[in-house]
Design a protein around this ligand. Structure first.
Ligand SMILES: [Fe+2]
Length: 346
């Protein structure tokens, strides 16, 4: 079961164009495209006539023509053509969802359209297209529940074991984190003084000495984790050499046991270095591939036993635990407000 009164990243901006893209988000099969004017459209991938996938049809201008009987739906869902019929009932429509393009991603709202307020987007993602920052984004699919990936990102002590070839160093596991839990606000921060630089940091910024490394992880429900990363040579202010980037993670549930992992890595240094951009893309994909292998192994265990069987808890489990209870409360609230009001009989 997923929270529905929220925005989910449905695609990278560059994935959606003038052809039909089929993708499942939170167990809903969707079809996406752009109008001729470039507006993103998200529709249920199901022709309401015979329930075949609309993605098996084709675009005709701004409309989708079903590939089975040629019934055609405009970008707002309205049926505009039934071959051989001249009158079309106004109630014949496909289901459409609010969609916005923001910060390099296409976002979709899967519940009541009147509540699809853009102020509810996770605002930290603005770094994805921030002027003066160099953008980078990509995607991978993981055969594991999205909350396992939220757990993974809210406890980065694992970097010291899983990611020593890229972003890991010993300090990230050895330095106690400062965890802030305040209502729905969850933050984990680590300030690592005078530590060895991770390999990817050396390749990106050319560090030749120890570094002071900062890592601030912020969670936004239900599935967003952004990480502010900064490193400078120990004892300097970074005027000579510095590394600063944000890791933007959107863990969109596909099904109960699969996730669309959209990520961004906007950086605030070495802006004109296209080679560095591609090196970072490869380095981050390698890192997330290491996560993917571990999470998929974990999911295969959880297919057989419940996570409730765990008996060891660490301090670093606080933030992932809070994130899970925030989502449970969110889902409970949605279901409560969906209940019909009953007569108390008084
Ligand atoms: Fe990881």
């Amino acid at each position: 079961m997923f929270a529905k009164e929220c925005w989910y990243v449905a695609a990278l901006s560059r994935e959606v164009g003038r052809s039909l893209l089929s993708r499942t988000i939170a167990n809903e099969a969707l079809v996406m495209y752009r109008t001729e004017a470039g507006q993103p459209v998200v529709m249920l991938d199901r022709c309401p006539h015979r329930l075949v996938p609309l993605s098996a049809g084709k675009l005709v201008g701004d409309a989708v023509q079903c590939g089975y009987h040629g019934i055609t739906y405009n970008h707002d869902g309205r049926c505009i053509k039934i071959p051989g019929e001249h009158q079309i009932s106004a109630k014949f429509c496909s289901t459409t969802f609010p969609a916005v393009e923001r910060w390099g991603f296409i976002w979709v709202w899967l519940s009541d359209a009147t509540a699809a307020d853009e102020s509810k987007l996770p605002q930290d993602f603005h770094w994805g297209t921030e002027p003066g920052w160099t953008p980078l984004s990509d995607y991978l699919r993981v055969e594991g529940n999205y909350q396992l990936l939220v757990d993974n990102l809210l406890d980065l002590s694992h970097e010291a074991f899983l990611h020593m070839g890229t972003i890991g160093n010993a300090a990230v596991a050895e330095t106690p984190a400062e965890t802030t839990l305040r209502g729905d606000f969850v933050q984990v921060a680590r300030y690592m003084k005078d530590c060895g630089p991770p390999k990817l940091f050396v390749r990106a910024a050319g560090f030749t000495t120890n570094i002071d490394r900062t890592q601030r992880i912020i969670y936004t429900p239900p599935c967003y984790v952004v990480i502010e990363v900064r490193a400078v040579p120990t004892g300097t202010d970074g005027a000579e050499r510095k590394l600063e980037w944000w890791v933007l993670n959107a863990l969109t549930p596909e099904t109960d046991r699969t996730t669309h992992y959209f990520w961004g890595l906007p950086r605030g240094f070495a802006h004109d270095d296209a080679e560095l951009t591609e090196m970072l893309r490869a380095g981050i994909l390698r890192t997330f591939e290491e996560d993917r292998v571990m999470i998929e192994a974990q999911q295969r265990v959880l297919d057989k036993v419940s996570l409730d069987l765990r008996t060891v808890y660490t301090k670093a489990d606080q933030a992932p635990g809070r994130a899970r209870s925030i989502v449970s409360a969110m889902i409970a609230r949605e279901h409560q407000s969906a209940q019909p009001v009953t007569d108390t009989g008084s």
